[in-house]
Design a protein around this ligand. Structure first.
Ligand code: HEM
Length: 444
């Protein structure tokens, strides 16, 4: 496709983008979702408004990137899927994921994480992540233990729910998921280290404020010490052991990669909980999941393609990373124009995932991930694309599909507000996961 040059937006439109697209995303919390922010975001349908504004600007200005200079910085808002792919494919040079804002914010808890690294350090840390997370392997070699852990913790959760009024809400779900994540990542010895997760939560809350954040150096040191002890234990069967088994190199800081993992597993929990809500309201898809489970030995690792596709749909419909950011490390040519060094590209994925031109834009359609439709549609990338794409995708899809199977195996879920997710209506473009609640009934 021919490249269209960047167009400069009027000051008024730049202000509208800031108010309608950027500010509400910040209010909901980029690094740690805020409960109040998410509820307001759903009530005011912020993603519907943001997508509407960007579609309007695309009609008025044309499909090329929109340029705006704000406070001495150059921004380019990408409006076309092919342009997004072009930017993402050119990671990390000339377009680095380690943007100024990300570095300022993520330094609070992962100063050596791959996402905020540049140059040779980035390459080495990326390789380390791919090796321990087994990027590209749909069934991680530690899968047998992972299945056991997921099933033990979800079984315990369901027993707690049964003993307590038969209701499942976000707080109980996330406590069980956090225990699962600590065991998978750091081993059984970290199962009950809720203080570790709480410390990370406080650092992430500070990170929400990016450059404006106060540095919480003391807290970070205490967190790193605590985490370091777990990583050093390298408990057999944990990701920490997988990390220890990879060859060491200068500047690698293996333990320094783990805060990102712990933080990113939150998104996986959110995606799984939303997928549970979709299944609870969509009987045809729920039946397909149960059919898949009927022919699978759930106590062993198995790829469950349909259940996996349900999680992919959850993150297509409600991306947990709605903004993909890149910063140009040098001047780059674009459709006959030049974008200067330091230009920050903003890719707002809901614009593409929910494009009105897609017949399934606002519907729950796991099939698109199985029949080649999603693969052939530029712009559907809930786990990003190119050399900076999520190295944890396969692991996430394996763990969350295993979790969903364990939850629905013997239980049925009745959401308290099913009207929000009715299959005969367009699905909302913002879904507050904190507000999801189910009555849980034994199936047989
Ligand atoms: C639903 C769950 C998740 C989603 C939707 C997700 C999505 C993403 C996205 C969109 C990016 C790229 C951001 C960009 O292009 O700027 C990313 C990066 C990354 N993710 Fe995930 N992620 C998830 C969970 C995880 C988990 C559980 C891990 C580790 C265990 C992980 C590890 C990483 C790492 C290390 C990066 C940085 C990659 C780099 O800079 O090269 N993610 N993720």
């Amino acid at each position: 496709m021919e490249t269209t040059g960047p167009t400069r937006v009027s000051a008024r439109d730049a202000a509208r983008i800031a108010a309608v697209v950027v500010a509400p995303t910040l209010a909901a919390g980029v690094i740690l979702r805020r409960r109040g922010g998410m509820a307001l975001a759903e009530r005011y349908a912020v993603d519907r408004r943001a997508i509407g504004l960007l579609a309007e600007l695309r009609r008025r200005y044309g499909p090329g990137p929109l340029r705006a200079d704000v406070a001495g910085r150059h921004f380019a808002l990408v409006l076309r899927p092919d342009d997004a792919v072009r930017v993402l494919d050119a990671t990390p040079d000339p377009y680095t994921p380690a943007t100024r804002e990300k570095r300022a914010s993520l330094e609070q808890f992962q100063p050596h994480g791959v996402l905020v690294s540049r140059g040779p350090e980035r390459a080495a840390r990326r390789a380390l992540n791919e090796s321990a997370l087994e990027t590209g392997n749909q069934l991680h070699s530690l899968a047998p233990r992972m299945v056991r852990v997921v099933r033990e913790e979800s079984g315990l959760l369901l027993r707690e729910v049964a003993a307590d009024a038969g209701e499942l809400g976000w707080d109980d779900f996330t406590a069980a998921w956090d225990r699962t994540v600590r065991r998978v990542t750091l081993g059984d010895g970290a199962r009950d280290d809720t203080a570790l997760t709480a410390m990370l939560g406080r650092l992430r809350a500070a990170a929400n404020w990016s450059v404006a954040a106060p540095r919480r150096t003391g807290l970070r040191e205490r967190f790193e010490q605590r985490l370091g002890a777990h990583v050093e234990r390298a408990e057999a069967g944990s990701l920490a052991a997988a990390l220890g088994a990879t060859p060491a190199g200068p500047g690698l800081d293996p333990a320094g990669q783990v805060p990102h993992w712990l933080f990113a597993f939150d998104a996986a929990g959110i995606a799984a909980f939303r997928a549970l809500a979709l299944l609870a309201t969509h009987t045809a898809q729920d039946a397909q999941v149960r059919n898949e489970m009927a022919v699978t030995d759930l106590t062993e690792p198995h790829l469950m393609p349909y259940t996996r596709a349900c999680v992919l749909e959850s993150v297509r419909l409600w991306p947990t990373t709605p903004f993909l950011l890149r910063e140009a490390v040098r001047d780059t040519d674009w459709g006959g124009g030049t974008l200067p060094t330091g230009t920050e590209f903003l890719i707002y994925t809901p614009l593409f995932h929910r494009d009105d031109a897609l017949p399934y834009a606002d519907r729950f359609t796991p099939e698109i991930w199985l029949d080649g439709t999603a693969q052939d549609t530029a712009g559907l990338f809930p786990f990003s694309a190119g050399p900076g794409a999520c190295p944890g995708e396969d692991l996430v899809l394996f763990l969350t599909s295993t979790l969903l199977a364990a939850l629905v195996e013997r239980h049925t879920y009745l959401p308290d507000r099913p009207g929000r997710l009715r299959p005969d209506r367009p699905l909302p473009r913002t879904l507050d996961h904190f507000g999801l609640r189910f009555a849980v009934l034994p199936s047989r």
